[in-house]
Design a binder for this molecule. Structure first.
Ligand code: CA
Length: 457
């Protein structure tokens, strides 16, 4: 009789325990917040040594986590970088190597539907997914964020936007805001609006694991800044840099607003935050600063691809530390998958690494044996292996640098270390075998230019 009672008790309680476990499970899964800046220079944040632009909120975020001093993106300009980030794969594997023009009728100019995205995968692990901000992965309805894995979307679908309501700009830069497929007018300063929408997502989804891809278009052109922002950077004498600085300060404010929303809703300890720029600063355009790196947006020199890069997770990751081994935007996807046990479909080969064990100090060595870049179908390419960096192009001389001794890539060692040059050239050729030709071209205005001759900047 007692045994029967015990069986009965177990039968009654077991489902309750299962329900309890299921209810508790989501809380154990951390939220994932990816904050992407647009065209932010390596040296234009306080945490990387900037002196003239105040970025207190970003500096606080840096102190709360790990600063990756060799943090890379997979491309030196906007859309391909985003394609790599959201698929966890080198975007040259599937032909996304240029910026799509604003072509709402084109089913080609956008992130290929053959690719699975990070939000699609996180949804299999019970995550609610949101994108707020710049999309730039295709204008056709089939490429809309809501069709590419995001439960919620608000933002600018093109490659950029005017910041001030009613300001003049190209057609792409004046399209209305999009909220889940419906148009809304821009009624306030854009960076402020994106901060509020990001904060709203964070607050509304407390209690359920969420992924937010918060992609500011700041500090990308146009250099449109409110008077109060300009007041805070009036000490900067160069007019172009002063306006750019205003955009950066607006971005920093916005990051502060969203991080505050995280804290106020009690989610700071349960949220893994990545902050990075989609490419280096376009120095000649915005007077951004990639010091001490050579080159700018569009280059495969460090200035085009090494970006401000933070990873923060209070309580889980070290705080206020630097990590010097190379990491790359591809790692966001791989890290998210490892954290959440999300299902990656067969055939979707991830090319990043779960970097948390490295950042936690549990794993030594480097997360990557080597990293690769290719732009313009091979017009420019680069390889990093340890301290070595190979930089080449279809029409230019292939150069070799040692970044440990020459971070500014000023001393070409190709003739001094021919065996390294040969090895890295072969490594690149091997990697390149798995790439395809670009599926679409960038609009004429922002096509990558042919490489300049050796020694030129
Ligand atoms: Ca960009």
């Amino acid at each position: 009789m007692k045994a029967k009672l015990l069986v009965l008790v177990v039968l009654v309680l077991a489902p309750l325990a299962a329900i309890h476990a299921a209810a508790a499970a989501p809380a154990s899964k951390p939220n994932i917040l990816v904050i992407l800046a647009d065209d932010l220079g390596y040296a234009d944040v306080g945490f990387n040594g900037c002196k003239d632009i105040p970025t207190p909120n970003l500096d606080t975020l840096a102190r709360s986590g790990v600063r990756c001093t060799s943090g890379y993106v997979t491309h030196p300009f906007c859309s391909p970088t985003r394609a790599g980030l959201l698929t966890g794969r080198y975007q040259q594997r599937f032909g996304h190597e240029n910026n799509p023009a604003w072509l709402p009728q084109s089913t080609v100019a956008g992130l290929p539907l053959s690719q699975t995205t990070l939000p699609q995968i996180l949804k299999t692990a019970g995550y609610v997914t949101g994108c707020v901000g710049k999309w730039h992965l295709g204008a056709h309805l089939q490429f809309h964020p809501n069709r590419r894995g995001f439960d919620e979307y608000f933002g600018l679908l093109g490659g950029g936007h005017v910041y001030l309501p009613g300001a003049k700009g190209s057609a792409e830069y004046q399209i209305p805001m999009d909220r889940n497929g419906r148009s809304e007018p821009l009624t306030e300063y854009l960076t402020v609006v994106l901060a509020r929408e990001g904060s709203s997502f964070v607050a509304r989804h407390k209690g359920q694991p969420w992924f937010l891809y918060l992609t500011f278009n700041a500090p990308h052109t146009p250099l449109q800044v409110t008077d109060p922002l300009m007041e805070r950077v009036k000490h900067i004498t160069d007019e172009t840099r002063r306006s750019y600085a205003g955009l950066v300060v607006g971005l920093d404010d916005a990051v502060g607003v969203v991080m505050n929303a995280l804290r106020e809703s009690g989610q700071a300890e349960n949220t893994l935050v990545f902050f990075l720029s989609d490419n280096g600063g376009p120095v000649s355009v915005t007077h951004s600063d990639n010091t001490p790196l050579r080159g700018a947006k569009g280059d495969v020199f460090e200035g085009g691809i090494r970006v401000p890069f933070l990873v923060s997770w209070p309580g889980r990751l070290p705080q206020g530390q630097d990590y010097a081994q190379p990491v790359i935007s591809l790692d966001v996807f791989a890290t998210a998958v490892a954290l959440t046990s999300a299902n990656v479909p067969a055939g979707h080969t991830l090319e990043g690494t779960n970097i948390l064990p490295y950042l936690m100090g549990r794993q030594g060595g480097a997360p990557h044996d080597r990293l690769f870049w290719r732009s313009g179908g091979g017009a420019k390419f680069a390889v990093r292996e340890g301290d070595w960096k190979l930089v080449g192009g279809r029409n230019g001389k292939t150069q070799l640098f040692n970044l440990a001794e020459d971070l500014g890539e000023s001393k070409d060692l190709a003739a001094v270390r021919p065996e390294v040059l040969t090895r890295l050239s072969q490594t690149y050729a091997e990697w390149n075998k798995d790439n395809v030709a670009p599926l679409f071209e960038s609009p004429q205005a922002n096509r990558p230019k042919a490489p300049k001759k050796a020694g030129q900047k």
